[in-house]
Design a protein around this ligand. Structure first.
Ligand SMILES: [Zn+2]
Length: 400
């Protein structure tokens, strides 16, 4: 018998009792004040939200910063630090960090994660893939994990196929960092087509406005079926082009139904380091994409690894940055890390309305602005209507 959620505050201020059935919301009615039956959850003082989803993680790299101790630097130096470390990686070691990172996301409310996983150089390129498939399977009853094989320049088609054979869901890469971006992009798209899977590309993660693999990607995948969804992460150069070019590329994005993922924390860290004045933010142009009606989401990308020394695996951190650095409203920002992210991930909509998937986050806050501003750690997480995690903090003022 699923729990009933009592006295939950919704973002519109209503206080409701939420009844669940078969992993979904059966009804949300004005709270009747009756005491809960055994197993129900009292959410008095909690705001009830659609659970966050993380559309772009790197669980294979997460939490490696303290082991690698890389110098501060840009994207190239982060890649060099990571690649220098990869010969030491074991399947067990990668799985241990990935599991910790996934559970950290889950305890903060994120019940669905899409993680990229690198093919590694050398004779055993699939260690990361093996580790993440293992972690995905271990955690499958408490959270949804999707995997994207990230094929760096020089990796063989055979290795990409082998990753798909092991159970990876999507093909990915970072064509803008290869000597011939167009050839690399087309090679990866051809593999996805041959296997009838979707793609999720690292796209134009640089400030050069002439680097627009996003436009070629959009034109190349027009007409792909919904069963082969296409996602583009970063899209940094799209924020550096002239307004007319931006409009043209966004039209192509709309025509091909690509989902966009903005990754503010990592891009703010990696981009523009060479500028001592008027430092560009290096962000996806969120406002232009949202105003055009594009499928827009946001994630954290890297967490405590050479690409980002910080991060707390909390979607509210990403939402805060979308407001502060990306100039979205609080509502738009939370949508990008929850409902928008699940849309880009081709997952059922989660939320408090009847029929929606009961992936929910209850957080001790009065309003959404209160939640994003203060990110309280008192949280209750449900996945498909099941209570998965409870966190509670204790605070006392002393010596008064
Ligand atoms: Zn990434």
């Amino acid at each position: 018998m699923p729990p009933t959620l009592h006295n939950a505050t919704l973002t519109d201020g209503r206080i409701v009792d939420v009844h669940l059935a078969s992993g979904r919301v059966h009804s949300a009615e004005p709270a009747n004040g009756h005491p809960s039956k055994h197993g129900d959850i009292d959410l008095t003082g909690y705001l009830l939200l659609p659970a966050p989803a993380e559309p772009h993680a790197h669980l294979d790299k997460a939490l490696s910063f303290d082991e690698i101790r890389p110098p501060p630097g840009d994207l190239s130096s982060a890649i060099a630090a990571w690649e220098g470390y990869t010969p030491t990686l074991t399947v067990e070691g990668i799985a241990e960090r990935a599991r910790r990172a996934a559970l950290s996301l889950l305890s903060n409310g994120t019940t669905a994660v899409r993680s990229h996983v690198n093919l590694l150089r050398g004779d055993t390129p699939l260690r990361g893939v093996q580790a993440l498939v293992q972690v995905r399977d271990e955690l499958s009853s408490v959270m949804d994990i999707q995997l994207v094989v990230m094929a760096p320049h020089g990796s063989s088609d055979k290795a990409v196929h082998a990753a798909l054979d092991l159970g990876v869901d999507f093909v990915g890469g970072h064509p803008h960092q290869t000597p011939d971006p167009s050839a690399n992009l087309q090679k990866l798209l051809a593999i996805a087509k041959a296997r009838s899977v979707g793609v999720d590309m690292h796209t134009d993660e640089q400030l050069n406005p002439m680097m627009l693999t996003l436009e070629e990607l959009a034109h190349s995948v027009q007409g792909w079926p919904a069963s082969m969804p296409v996602t583009a992460g970063h899209c940094v150069s799209l924020g550096m082009v002239t307004p007319d070019v931006q409009e043209r590329v966004i039209e192509a994005i709309m025509a091909s139904n690509i989902g966009i993922v903005s990754l503010p924390i990592t891009n703010l860290y990696l981009q523009g380091r060479e500028s001592r004045a008027a430092t560009p933010r290096g962000l996806t142009p969120a406002r232009a994409l949202i105003d055009a009606g594009a499928r827009f989401s946001a994630g954290a990308d890297n967490v405590r690894d050479p690409f980002n020394p910080l991060g707390r695996s909390d979607a509210l951190e990403t939402a805060m940055l979308l407001v502060t650095a990306g100039h979205l409203t609080v509502d738009e920002a939370y949508r990008a890390v929850s409902v928008g992210a699940r849309d880009v991930m081709s997952m059922p909509t989660a939320g408090v309305e009847k029929g929606m998937r009961a992936d929910l986050l209850a957080i001790r806050a009065h309003t959404l602005g209160d939640a994003v501003a203060t990110a309280p750690m008192d949280r209750i997480v449900l996945h498909q209507g099941r209570l998965i995690s409870k966190s509670r903090t204790e605070q006392a003022f002393c010596s008064f």
